[in-house]
Each structure stands twice: as structure tokens, then as C-alpha cells.
Write a protein that binds this ligand. Structure first.
Ligand SMILES: *Cc1c(COP(=O)(O)O)cnc(C)c1O
Length: 477
């Protein structure tokens, strides 16, 4: 059937018929009147509904497809979160309402701050940042202020070569220079190199643990010791906590400040540019610089209010109090699972990743092959040199098989990288299905590689020129 709504257009056909006017008409002023037709098709309401529902079915989503993205955890969002996020009492409040009328909402903000404080071991947890990257910016800006307040002019942030690109970007925006510390053959921070870099000018290191290779930083205590002896602080990129929630606390590893992505670890919707939430978790040392407003609880009355009286604060970082309905969803996720449930999440996330890794390493090269955390990397480097098939080809072919492609070409230190993160909620059957598909693709690489190199074949459009699509978007037919 013809799916092109422009070709289906029939002059005069309508989706909505308005009642006859019962007021006088007036002319539209020339200067705002449209000069040429808008070019939309004329369709019935049913045509329009079918068009958009059909388009929505062409999407990949966690609710429809296996989505082992890697780095940006795409986990199932339990529907009870959505139920809470649609309750009248939450969706029909306004940030300008007096705090006495929104005690429930303030209690939820306070409750999530406490829960994340327990999970990470930090006493202060402002929730306002809109995304992980904004949380990073807030965290490193607090580090900057901390050194300024002590009259120290430390200007350098050390960042591993495996870090997420937002780390150097946030550090530079906060006014730091960045230098890179190398990874060792084991995929860990190269301690000897780190020692060479540690001068009195180093304000902080920004570390991701488990790192972007999916490995737990084994020397973390030695690293934090070295930094502390140097008078520097430690920033923890906690965008992806899926392997460690309820298992180990960044504060115990010696960190001073971190951010978390609720839209990754804590099951709030993720994608399409937001809305997200990147809470910052802060040690006592940095307390004075916390952004405002902060929700405080009256010690006797037990009531809540917003407090903005902070002298040395880095200031307000966005309007009102962040993405409240996202905060609410994450809170529901945490209280429905409880600490036992969260620990189980971590265990299953790690188990699933290791299961898939152990099966796939028989055919694909796993460059850092040891027990991984919630994700792992394969490299298509040798397959590319032997057969000319790249990580991009593999990713595109997975689309044909109904699987959202994992992250590719990241981290930058692995050539032809594909980063696989199955997440905790997938069943063994789904994981086995994925492995079978990867095996079938490998068989095609050996026998009939056009089936991989030219993929996807089953989509409305095949290979797009991705740069051109960004530079010259084609928004009309
Ligand atoms: C996703 C991610 C970020 C950035 O988070 P956004 O919400 O996308 O800004 C930072 N670090 C790591 C390791 C990430 O995976």
C-alpha cells in the first residue's frame, strides 16, 4: 500500500471539519498572510493517524527491541514510574506555588537526595542539573571554586584517554586545562604516567569507574592516595552506575564529587535530547559551593522548604528545581526495588554482560578479556583487515536483524570498537538470540559479506551519508 502521504493527498479531503462561524470574519493583514501554499497534503483523520502510528513503529526503542547500547545504559523503564509520573498531584503543580502547597513534591526531592546519598556515600546531592554533562560542569566548577577559596591557582584537570568526551569539555568550560593520562595494557590508568603528570598545578582527576572499557579500576585506592598526597581532588564520572549500585560507594574509593545520570542507571526515559537529570553528589569538603536552591527539612516540624541562602555557592544552575517528573520516576524506581533489588540489578547487569562476552569472544576479538562490569568491548580490527568488514558494517547489519546497534568507535583507544551492554532486565533467551544473530553475521562475513557491508536492507532508507544528513537536512518530501 502506498505509504507516501503526499501522493495520497486528495484535494479538499480533511481531517477535521470546523463548525460554521458564528462571529464576524475579518481579513488577515497582508504582512502576516502566507504568500504561497504551505504544501501539506489533504488527508482524512484516519490517514493521518495511520501515517504517524506507522512511523512510530519504524522506531527502535527499549519497549520494542533489544537495545544493548553501551556507555549510555538503555534499560527498561518500569511502567510504575510512568504511572507515578502521570498522577494529577504531580503534573498539575507549578514551581511558583508556595512551598506549603507542594510539600509532597519537596519530600520526593529530599527523599531522592537521601537515597542517592546512601548509594554513593556523599552527604550533599543537588538534583537540578539537566544532564550528565551539566552535572560534570557543576562538579568541576565547585572544584574550581574550592581552590580559589583557598588561594590556590591550580589549573589542570587530568583525564584518561578512555574518558567520555564530555569530561574534557566540562573541565575546559569550567576554566581548566586538560591533560591526558594514558591507559596501560591492562586497560587501567597507567600509574607511572600518572605520577609523572602530578604537579602542584593539578586540581583534579576525572575518572570513570568502571571505566569505558567496562573494567573496574583495580588501582583506584592507589590513584586516590596519589592525588590526595598531591593536594588534588577526585571527580567521579558516575553516568553509568549499573555495575556498582549497592555494591561499592565512590566516596569509599576516595572521591570528592561525582555526577549520576538518572536517565541511565535509574531507569528514567532517555533519548531524543531529554529531559534528563544529572545529580551531583558532593563531599563535606565542597559543601560551601553547592548550587542553590536546596530542599531543607525543618528539624522539628518535619516540613520542607527551598533554601537559597548560600554565600559561596556557584549559584543557580537552572530555573526552578530541575526536571521534577524525572526525579519522581527515579525515586519510584529506587523505592520499589529497595537496596536488595538495586544490588540484584548490579549483579544481573554484570552477569548478563559477562555471559554475552564469554560466548562472543569465541568469534569476535575482546581486547581486554577479563571479568567485565556492566559492559564490554569487542574490536573488529582484525576482521576489518582480513575481510574488509568494519564495526559500522556490523552495527548496520544488526538493524536488519531487529537489534539496536551497540555504541561503536568508542572508547577511542580501541580500534573498530563495539561496546556492548545488555542490561539487567534481558532474559537469557534474548541474550542467546543476540548471540545467535552475531554468529550468523560472522558466518556471512566469511561467506557472503555483501549481506553485511551493504546493510541495512530492510529499512526504508539504507546507508545515509551521516555528515550530509546533518549539514543539509532534508525536511520535506
Ligand atoms: C552519557 C555519559 C556522560 C554524559 O551524560 P549526558 O546526560 O549525555 O550529558 C558522561 N560520561 C559518561 C561515561 C557517559 O556515559
Amino acid at each position: 500500500m502506498n505509504e507516501n502521504v503526499f501522493e495520497k493527498s486528495v484535494e479538499g479531503r480533511r481531517g477535521v471539519i470546523f463548525p460554521h462561524l458564528d462571529v464576524e470574519t475579518s481579513e488577515i493583514p497582508e504582512w502576516i498572510a502566507r504568500k504561497s501554499p504551505i504544501g501539506l497534503p489533504s488527508l482524512s483523520q484516519l490517514d493521518v493517524v495511520r501515517h504517524f502510528v506507522r512511523l512510530s513503529h519504524k522506531n527502535f526503542s527499549v519497549d520494542t527491541h533489544f537495545y544493548p547500547l553501551g556507555s549510555c545504559t538503555m534499560k527498561f523503564n518500569p511502567k510504575i514510574n510512568e504511572y507515578a509520573g502521570s498522577l494529577d498531584g504531580f503534573i498539575n503543580i507549578h514551581p511558583y506555588q508556595d512551598s506549603t502547597q507542594v510539600q509532597g513534591a519537596l519530600e520526593i526531592i529530599y527523599g531522592l537526595e537521601n537515597a542517592l546519598g546512601k548509594i554513593t556515600g556523599f552527604p550533599h546531592v543537588p538534583l537540578a542539573p539537566n544532564a550528565g554533562a551539566q552535572g560534570e560542569y557543576v562538579g568541576v566548577t565547585m572544584i574550581k571554586k574550592y581552590f580559589e577559596s583557598r588561594g590556590e591557582s591550580r589549573s589542570i584537570a587530568i583525564i584518561p584517554d578512555s574518558a567520555h568526551g564530555t569530561n574534557p569539555a566540562s573541565a575546559v568550560m569550567a576554566g581548566f586545562k586538560t591533560i591526558q593520562v594514558k591507559s596501560s595494557d591492562r586497560g587501567m590508568v597507567d600509574i607511572d604516567h600518572l605520577k609523572q603528570l602530578l604537579t602542584k598545578d593539578v586540581a583534579c582527576i576525572m575518572l570513570t569507574n568502571p571505566n569505558t572499557l567496562g573494567l573496574f579500576e583495580e588501582d583506584i585506592l592507589e590513584i586516590s592516595d596519589l592525588l590526595k598526597k598531591n593536594g588534588s581532588l577526585l571527580y567521579y564520572d558516575g553516568a553509568n552506575l549499573n555495575a556498582i549500585v549497592g555494591k561499592v560507594r565512590p566516596s569509599d574509593m576516595g572521591f570528592d564529587v561525582m555526577h549520576i545520570n538518572l536517565h541511565k542507571t535509574f531507569s528514567t526515559p532517555h533519548g531524543g535530547g531529554g529531559p534528563g537529570c544529572g545529580p551531583v553528589c558532593v563531599s563535606e569538603k565542597l559543601k560551601d559551593f553547592l548550587p542553590y536552591p536546596k530542599v531543607i527539612k525543618h528539624p522539628e516540624k518535619g516540613t520542607y522548604q527551598l533554601d537559597s541562602s548560600r554565600e559561596k555557592s556557584i549559584g543557580r544552575i537552572r530555573w526552578f528545581y530541575g526536571n521534577f517528573l524525572i526525579i519522581l520516576r527515579a525515586y519510584v524506581y529506587i523505592i520499589t526495588l529497595g537496596i536488595d533489588g538495586l544490588q540484584k540489578v548490579s549483579e544481573l547487569a554484570v552477569l548478563n554482560a559477562n555471559y554475552v562476552k564469554e560466548r562472543l569472544k569465541k568469534i569476535f576479538h575482546v581486547p581486554y578479556d577479563k571479568i567485565c562490569m556492566h559492559e564490554f568491548i569487542i574490536s573488529m580490527k582484525s576482521i576489518k583487515s582480513d575481510h574488509g568488514v568494519t564495526a559500522l558494517d556490523l552495527a548496520k547489519r544488526l538493524i536488519d536483524d531487529g537489534i539496536h546497534p551497540p555504541t561503536i568507535y568508542f572508547p577511542l583507544i580501541v580500534q573498530e570498537a563495539m561496546m556492548i551492554e545488555p542490561t539487567e532486565t534481558e532474559s537469557k533467551e534474548t541474550l542467546d538470540h543476540f548471540i545467535t544473530i552475531m554468529e550468523a553475521i560472522y558466518a556471512d562475513i566469511l561467506k557472503d559479506k555483501a549481506k553485511v557491508q551493504g546493510a541495512p536492507y530492510n529499512t526504508p532508507v539504507s546507508r545515509l551519508d551521516e555528515v550530509k544528513a546533518v549539514k543539509e537536512p532534508k525536511l520535506t518530501v
